[in-house]
Design a protein around this ligand. Structure first.
Ligand code: ZN
Ligand code: ZN
Length: 409
């Protein structure tokens, strides 16, 4: 099949499955110039479905980089409030959101990490009101990837640009099942499998998860009324949608104060255009008390210093090592793809859908129950064929969940 056909399949997946756009819906799209062919297809299909408005919001990487390099220091200390207000107004008016990611993972390599950290803090604090709309699924939202020259060259540095882009697209289509004869039914079947695994986990009510592997011996307690989620989510209006394309994970809420032991990350992490690699953490009472990284230690230090919650976990996700993504064998250098190739945790904010009753309680009450909050939510990978994950119940009985990279349940 041709590239055009696959791209059409991909747009179809986004419009008709992931966002399930219907008459009367409104859609905001964040994208960069490399995404235009897909954005145009999505827009056409959205209107064909009866969508009232598609609002484009263009980000340009060169402009982002130049701002970091040349804007005055004050630019990073203040966030223009109308940028938040208009987005919040759109969410209140029920605009759903599609975020297309095409980031060059090494874009900000030459930028002073202190400047990046400062801006992330300013922007994070200012955007906090917006986080609630997606973290609590008040609207339908979806994040999907688009091959761009900058990203493709970072993944395939030895290939000429055009070939690298074509190869990255090919792998995106594989990872998202857009290359399959009937992508929509492949996703329906995949969603049913994710739901079966999460139902098993929700029934078992494990007290903690035990991770064992090279450099890893970690006990991660789950909050008492934890909920395992995965696959399609349900919006506040009761509509089913797929927040991430691709997705292979089921995930739940770790108790932010009851994580103990050591872990060694099994993949590099791309944070804000910079790479952290070969890193490990030691946790005590839920907090990172020791860490090291062979590459990008300062970037990791700045990340952990964002706020108190940045030193605690907010998500624990289980992913088999056998999936269309991991079978590509590629390190995508993009969290959306790499986190779905491997078990992972997130430093920072927890998802309210992962704990019963959390939306009816205050942030402080939730925090006492172990729900982490933070300006950041950064996923990092601890998984693969060498990591065994066991569920342990309050009575001490153990069930092996993932071994040699495969589900055992
Ligand atoms: Zn996750
Ligand atoms: Zn996450």
């Amino acid at each position: 099949m041709s590239f055009e056909r696959y791209l059409e399949n991909y747009a179809d997946l986004i419009v008709n499955f992931a966002l399930a756009l219907k008459p009367g819906d409104k859609l905001a799209i964040n994208f960069n110039a490399d995404c235009l062919p897909l954005v145009r297809l999505v827009t056409r299909k959205a209107y064909q479905n009866g969508v009232l408005d598609v609002f484009p919001s263009l980000n340009d990487e060169t402009m982002v980089l130049d701002r970091y390099l040349y804007a005055p220091e004050e630019a990073f200390e203040h966030f223009p409030p109308y940028r938040i207000e208009y987005m919040e107004k759109m969410f209140q008016d029920h605009y759903h959101r599609l975020s297309l990611v095409a980031d060059n993972p090494e874009l900000l390599k030459s930028v002073d990490p202190a400047r990046i950290a400062k801006w992330q803090k300013t922007a994070g604090q200012a955007s906090k009101p917006l986080m609630a709309y997606t973290m609590q699924n008040k609207v339908k939202w979806c994040v999907a990837g688009v091959a761009s020259p900058g990203w493709a060259k970072a993944v395939f540095p030895d290939l000429p640009e055009e070939e690298a882009v074509a190869k990255l697209w090919e792998n995106i289509f594989k990872a998202t099942r857009a290359d399959q004869p009937d992508p929509l039914s492949a996703w329906q079947q995949h969603d049913a499998e994710l739901k079966a695994h999460k139902a098993f986990m929700n029934t078992m009510r494990f007290d903690y998860l035990h991770y064992e592997g090279p450099g890893t011996d970690l006990r991660v307690h789950l909050v008492k009324d934890h909920i395992w989620e995965g696959g399609a989510a349900v919006s506040a209006d009761g509509e089913s949608f797929m927040p991430n394309i691709p997705t292979e994970e089921i995930f739940s809420m770790p108790d932010a104060d009851r994580v103990d032991g050591t872990l060694r990350a099994t993949m590099p992490l791309s944070v804000r255009g910079q790479i952290v690699d070969k890193f490990h953490f030691t946790f005590k009472d839920g907090k990172v008390v020791d860490f090291d990284a062979e590459v990008g230690k300062q970037i990791l230090a700045d990340l952990l210093d964002m706020d108190e919650g940045a030193k605690h976990l907010g998500e624990a996700a289980l992913v088999p090592a056998n999936s269309p993504i991991s079978n590509t064998g590629i390190l995508f250098k993009n969290t959306l793809f790499d986190e779905n190739a491997s078990c992972h945790f997130a430093l920072g904010a927890a998802y309210s859908e992962n704990m019963q009753g959390s939306t009816e309680r205050s942030e402080e009450e939730n925090r006492k129950l172990g729900m982490n909050n933070s300006l950041i939510h950064v996923d990092f990978m601890v998984g693969g064929r060498e990591v065994t994950v066991t569920g342990v119940k309050a009575d001490g009985s153990r069930v092996v969940l993932l071994k040699d990279g495969d589900w055992q349940i």
